[in-house]
Ligand binder design. Structure first.
Ligand SMILES: [Zn+2]
Ligand SMILES: [Zn+2]
Length: 354
C-alpha cells in the first residue's frame, strides 16, 4: 500500500510502498477515506519542538520514529478485523481515536490514554493515516460515524477534540464573561463551533491575520481582535467587552502566552494548547494573589471524542471550513499550512477518491 512517510527529519514526506498490515487479535485495519492535516505534523516532519532559550525537544526524544507515516485525524471504513474483533465492525464508517496509550498502565485503565507515559499515538509515534490503510490496535478506539461526512468527522479527532477538551477546562461563566481564543486557525474555529456546547461566555478571538479573523466572525465569534494593534494587551482588554476569565492559547508561543498573562483578571484560567514554541516567564508572586491558573491541555479522552461525535450526529456541532486535497499533494498542503495560507482545516483524500 502507498503511505506518505517521514524518512528524514526536516525533509518532505515521501510516498513509499509498504507492506499492508494484516490485523491480528484485537487489531483492526481501516481503509482511509479522509485524513486531516495538523500543525503538529509540521513539527514532527521538522523533527523538533522549540522549547525556547535555544533548547529543543527532538521528535525522536518525543517518541516518533522514522520511517513513520504521519496523519492523526483519520476516518474511513473497516476493511479487515483480527480474530478477537466482533465481525459486525466490517464495512462500518468509523472515526479513529488516535491518542492511544499503552493499554496497561493506571492512566490507561482509567481511560485517560492522554496521561499515559508510554503512548503509541497514531501518526505521532506509530504509523498514521496518510496512507491507504491504517492499523488500529483495538476496535475500542473506533467510533461509528454512521452517515456523517467523513471529511468533517476526521477533523474531530484532533482539532475538534483538542478544542472541546480545552473548553471543558474553563470555569463556569456568565454571558457577560469572556473567553479569549488566541489563534483563528482550524483549532480556533473548532473552538467556536463547540463553544456553545460547553459555555455561556462571550467569545473573543485574537489573531494577526485579517482573513482568519473574518472566518472567526463567520464562525460565531462575538468579538474579533487584530493582535497587531499597538499596545496590544490594553487594547484587547478594552475591546473584549467583559472580563477575560478564560484564555485558550491555540498558538502557544512565548508571545501569545505572555499576552494571555497580560489580559488576565484575578481568577483567570489560562490553557496552553499550541506547540509553536518558546517559553513563558512567570513572576511567581503574581500567581497566588491573582489566583491564576496556567495549565496545558492535550487533545482529549476517548469518551470526550465519543461525546463530540454524538453532538455532531445530533446536528448540534456546526462544521468548520474544510479544504479537500488529494493525499499526493501532502507536501504542498503542509507548506500552505505552514505559511498560514489555509482557512479552517485541510483534509487529505486518498488519490483514487479525490
Ligand atoms: Zn493534531
Ligand atoms: Zn498507558
Amino acid at each position: 500500500m502507498k503511505s506518505y512517510q517521514i524518512v528524514d527529519w526536516g525533509q518532505p514526506l515521501q510516498a513509499r510502498q509498504v507492506a499492508q498490515p494484516v490485523p491480528q487479535g484485537k487489531q483492526v485495519l481501516v481503509k482511509v477515506q479522509a485524513a486531516g492535516l495538523c500543525h503538529s505534523d509540521i513539527h514532527l516532519r521538522d523533527g523538533y519542538f522549540d522549547l525556547g532559550g535555544n533548547k529543543r525537544l527532538t521528535a525522536a526524544q518525543y517518541g516518533a520514529k522514522i520511517p513513520m507515516t504521519l496523519g492523526h485525524e483519520i476516518a474511513g471504513s473497516v476493511a479487515q478485523v483480527g480474530v478477537e474483533v466482533d465481525p459486525a465492525w466490517m464495512g462500518r464508517q468509523v472515526l479513529v481515536y488516535p491518542w492511544i496509550g499503552c493499554g496497561v498502565c493506571e492512566a490507561c485503565q482509567d481511560l485517560r490514554d492522554t496521561d499515559c507515559e508510554a503512548q503509541r499515538s497514531l501518526g505521532a509515534k506509530a504509523d498514521g493515516g496518510f496512507s491507504e490503510y491504517v492499523l488500529v490496535p483495538d476496535a475500542r478506539y473506533l467510533i461509528d460515524i454512521g452517515t456523517l461526512d467523513v471529511h468533517a468527522a476526521a477533523t474531530l479527532a484532533c482539532s475538534g477534540l483538542t478544542a472541546f477538551g480545552a473548553l471543558k477546562k474553563m470555569p463556569p461563566m456568565k454571558p457577560t464573561d469572556r473567553i479569549l481564543l488566541i489563534g483563528a486557525g482550524g483549532l480556533g474555529l473548532s473552538a467556536l463551533a463547540a463553544a456553545r456546547l460547553v459555555t455561556r461566555a462571550g467569545l473573543v478571538v485574537a489573531d494577526i491575520d485579517p482573513v482568519k479573523l473574518q472566518a472567526a466572525q463567520a464562525q460565531g465569534a462575538d468579538v474579533i481582535f487584530d493582535n497587531r494593534t499597538p499596545d496590544t494587551a490594553a487594547a484587547l482588554k478594552a475591546a473584549a467587552g467583559g472580563p477575560i476569565r478564560g484564555v485558550i492559547d491555540f498558538v502557544g508561543s512565548g508571545q501569545t502566552a505572555s499576552l494571555a498573562m497580560a489580559v488576565a483578571v484575578k481568577g483567570t484560567v489560562i490553557v496552553i494548547v499550541g506547540l509553536m514554541g518558546g517559553s513563558l516567564e512567570i513572576a511567581l508572586p503574581l500567581l497566588s494573589p491573582r489566583n491564576l491558573t496556567v495549565r496545558g491541555s492535550h487533545v482529549g479522552t476517548l469518551d470526550e471524542l465519543k461525546e463530540l461525535v454524538e453532538y455532531s450526529r445530533q446536528g448540534q456541532l456546526p462544521g468548520i471550513p474544510l479544504t479537500r486535497r488529494p493525499m499526493s499533494e501532502v507536501n504542498e498542503a503542509l507548506a500552505d499550512l505552514e505559511q498560514g495560507k489555509s482557512v479552517g482545516r485541510i483534509v487529505l483524500t486518498p488519490s483514487e477518491l479525490a
